[in-house]
Design a protein around this ligand. Sequence first.
Ligand code: ME8
Length: 516
Amino acid sequence: MSRDSFYITTAISYPNGKPHIGHAYELIATDALARFQRCDGKDVFFLTGTDEHGIKMLQTAKKEGISPRELADRNAAAFQRMAVALNASNDDFIRTTEERHYKASQAIWKAMADRGDIYKGGYAGWYSVRDEAYYGEEETEVREDGVRYGPQGTPVEWVEEESYFFRLSAYQDKLLELYESRPDFIGPAERRNEVASFVRSGLKDLSISRTTFDWGVPVPGDEKHVMYVWVDALTNYITSLGYPDENEAKWKFWPADAHIIGKDIVRFHAIYWPAFLISAGIELPKRVFGHGFLFNRGEKMSKSLGNVIDPFTMVEHYGLDQVRYFFLREVPFGQDGSYSHDAIVNRTNADLANDLGNLAQRSLSMIAKNCGGVVPARGELAEADKAILAQAVDALATARRTMAEQAIHQALAAIFGVVAEANRYFAGQEPWALKKTDPARMETVLWTTAEIIRRVGILCQPFIPGSAAKLLDLLAVGEDQRGFGHVDTLDALVPGTPLPAPQPVFPRYVEQEPAA
Ligand code: ME8
């Protein structure tokens, strides 16, 4: 039987600058969602990449005195390095300047044109280069500084030129029907309400080509025009699966299970993208999820504002799994979040170093010292042992339910709830006292604790993959015994199996003394 497939994507980032924490956050979260389904036995395809066309790229390149391609090459390499530094498990990294992507973008254009949804006209209206978005006049306002701004607070400029249009207005009712009949299409719910009310207020046809520059995918049959960057950008999600060659093996992953994107670009994914796909006769993705924005102690970060924290530096400073854990646990996925040095240190020291790290270190050291370095003997399990082991099984059920709706923080809360309870269990059972009074019971308690660590280690893999692997290594759990199917068994840790010498897995963050 073939395994169920699961396709998940991040947005593709503009490589007009280096990656920032917002990009890292989206990649880490999507990676956790992808790894979760892999651990649960699905055949997963996970895509990320860079969105290299558009006026923003062109203008930045001009400012730096290089070509847009040089700019794209330089920064796309940094985004690729970031994916490696974050231990992202993406199966492909797409760059929209690749040949395969030109092919896919021109094919979807032709499919929409064949459907009669593309016509030539003239555009006159407002455009935000920062958002690469067209806005209706009623969405803009002139502020005190005399500059006109769009709804995301970025300046807009007047554009007037020959342009192809997509008949978006013809899709208004179909889109409303879609949001109605598939309430899970857009998440979280507040994003769905925003999108639906925007669509209800009326959709105008969309300008989908430009003639005043040539940095983009040429319009098939009229090479004076290049495609509007969002037409080609959105197409990346099917380029990677081999579109338009639907015989290509990877096409089985379509439709996508989830597009994970930031809340600022939900409009493109929940309005334009389904309209393009319906027009081109392609199935719709199952879900578009708009996560929140990260703020540095409450301040919005952006390349243009220049208050960007480098994800590489952050990982080097706090440790990769510490950064991954902090963002996934601390910020309810879907809401905005803030980070600060103190919040990262407090959260990771409390949950990783103290709760999980100490529990593992204390129990495994006791096993090394008192049980001859092998998996302890398991006597009959007491109610307390069974209760804590059952809690890990419940946490898996909770994690499955919450991860299916991208509530990553809730999945982690359930898993670390087990860790907190396991600490109470360990303290309450006092295996160090049992050593003298009831050594057989001590072994059972240590076995149960090791078994809890095995279960938690398996459950933690999607979120903190490197550290979870170390924990499972310390328990000599085989590589093929680490899927979620192996959580609910009492037969995995076989008494008498030799264990490696215990090693601390989660170092405590210690504040450095300021230099004298
Ligand atoms: O929007 N916090 O690219 P991009 C959290 N190329 N997420 C953030 C963030 C922050 N401070 N800043 C940005 C684009 N993001 C387009 C996407 S998809 C076909 C094309 C998120 O480099 C943002 O919401 O501006 C988006 O999902 C992703 O990072 C890339 O942003």
